[in-house]
Design a protein around this ligand. Structure first.
Ligand code: NAD
Length: 332
C-alpha cells in the first residue's frame, strides 16, 4: 500500500520505517505540508499520512479524492485540521492516534511550568555568558500554589497527578466531563470555569480545539484571572486569542506565559525559519516579551511517543486496507 507521508522530518521517517513490519507500507516521505498546492504529490498513493499542521479541508480532500486517495492517517490525536464531513461525503476514511504518550505531554507541561516559574532558560543563557548574578531569577514554590487545569482528559489528568502528588500543589480542574480518576490522583473539580480562573495562580490548558473552545482564553476570561497569573498552553494555539494575550501581557495582568503552540504556527513550526523574517507581527510581538517562553510544538517529542505513533499508524493503515475499518477511525 503506497502512503504519501506529508510534513516529515527525519525522526518521523525513522520511526515509521521501524514500525513497517514486512514492508507492508511503501512510504513516500514528503517534507512539505499537505495543502491545496502540494496535494498533487499524493498522486498514485492509496493513503495520505499527515500531522497537526497539514491542511486537510474540503478543497484538499476533493483533490485527494480525484487522485484516488482512500485513507487519511493522522499521526496525532487532534483532528481539527481535517474536514470530516467532506471526507465522509467523498468516501475517504480518516484514522488517528488517539493516545500515543500522554505522559510525554504532561511531563513537558510541568517542565515548561517550572521553566517559566524558576527561569531555567534565563539562567542557562546567563551562566554561559559568565554571569552568575541571581537578580531577576526570583521564582516561587509550586508547593501549596493553586494550579488550575482546563480539561482533564488523558493529558490533563496526568499533569494533575504530577502536580498534586509530586509537588503537593493545590490542583483544581474544570471539565464538562469530570473524571473519577482525578480524586485518585489527588485533585478535584470546581463547578465553573470562572471559579477556576479566579482562584488559580497558574493555569494550564488541556482541552481540544473545537468550535466551542476556540479562544477560550480571551479578553473576558483573562480579565477574570488573578493579576500575576501564569498561563501555560501545550494544547492548541487556537485556544488563545493572541491579541488578547498580548494586551494582558502589556498591562502586566499576566506575569508570564509558557507556550508550546501558537494559533498560526504552521508558517514557522517544524522548519528552520532562522534565516527568514517573521512576517506575522503578532507572533513576533509575542516572541519579544521577556516573560514569554515558547517552544515549537515539542511536547509530544519523546522516543516512546514517536514509536507509539508509528505503531498505531501502521496498524490503522493495515486494518483499513485489509478489514475496511480500524479501531481508531474518526467520524464526523
Ligand atoms: P482528551 O480528548 O483525552 O481530553 C480532552 C479533555 O478536554 C476532555 O476531558 C474534554 O471533556 C475536555 N474539554 C472539552 N471541552 C472543554 C472545555 N470547554 N473546558 C474544559 N475542558 C474541556 O485530549 P488529550 O489527549 O488530553 O489532549 C489534550 C490536548 O493536548 C489536545 O488539544 C491535543 O491536541 C493536545 N496535544 C498537544 C500535544 C503537543 O505536542 N503539544 C501533543 C498531544 C496532544
Amino acid at each position: 500500500m503506497k502512503v504519501a507521508v506529508f510534513g516529515t522530518r527525519k525522526y518521523d521517517q525513522d520511526s515509521l520505517n521501524a514500525a513497517n513490519q514486512g514492508g507492508f507500507l511503501k512510504f513516500t516521505f514528503i517534507e512539505a505540508l499537505l495543502d491545496q498546492t502540494t496535494a498533487i504529490l499524493a498522486a498514485d498513493h492509496e493513503a495520505v499520512c499527515i500531522f497537526v499542521n497539514d491542511i486537510c479541508n474540503a478543497a484538499v480532500l476533493e483533490s485527494l479524492h480525484h487522485l484516488g486517495v482512500k485513507f487519511i492517517a493522522l499521526r496525532c490525536a487532534g483532528f481539527n485540521n481535517v474536514d470530516l464531513e467532506a471526507a465522509a461525503r467523498l468516501g475517504i476514511q480518516v484514522a488517528r492516534v488517539p493516545a500515543y504518550s500522554p505522559e510525554a505531554v504532561a511531563e513537558f507541561t510541568v517542565g515548561m511550568m517550572m521553566t517559566v516559574v524558576r527561569k531555567y532558560h534565563k539562567a542557562y543563557a546567563r551562566v554561559r555568558e559568565g554571569n552568575f548574578l541571581l537578580d531577576g531569577l526570583l521564582g516561587f514554590n509550586l508547593h501549596g500554589k493553586t494550579i488550575g487545569l482546563i480539561g482533564t482528559g488523558k493529558i490533563g489528568l496526568l499533569t494533575g497527578r504530577i502536580l498534586a502528588r509530586g509537588f503537593n500543589a493545590n490542583v483544581i480542574a474544570y471539565d464538562p466531563y469530570p473524571s473519577p480518576l482525578a480524586q485518585e490522583y489527588g485533585f478535584g473539580y470546581v463547578d465553573t470555569l470562572d471559579e477556576l480562573l479566579e482562584k488559580s495562580d497558574i493555569i494550564s490548558l488541556h482541552c481540544p480545539l473545537t468550535d466551542s473552545t476556540k479562544y477560550i482564553i480571551n479578553d473576558d476570561t483573562l480579565g477574570k484571572m488573578k493579576r500575576g497569573v501564569i498561563l501555560i498552553n501545550t494544547s492548541r494555539g487556537g485556544l488563545i486569542d493572541t491579541y488578547a494575550l498580548i494586551r494582558a501581557l502589556k498591562s502586566g495582568h499576566i506575569a508570564a506565559v509558557g507556550l508550546d503552540v501558537y494559533e498560526r504556527e504552521s508558517s514557522y513550526f517544524f522548519a528552520d525559519s532562522s534565516a527568514k523574517v517573521i512576517a506575522d507581527d503578532t507572533f513576533a510581538r509575542l516572541l519579544s516579551f521577556y516573560n514569554v517562553f515558547m517552544t515549537g510544538h515539542q511536547a509530544f517529542l519523546t522516543e516512546e511517543a514517536l514509536s507509539n505513533i508509528a505503531d498505531t499508524t501502521f496498524k490503522n493503515l493495515k486494518d483499513l486496507k485489509e478489514k475496511g475499518t480500524c479501531d481508531c477511525i474518526v467520524k464526523a
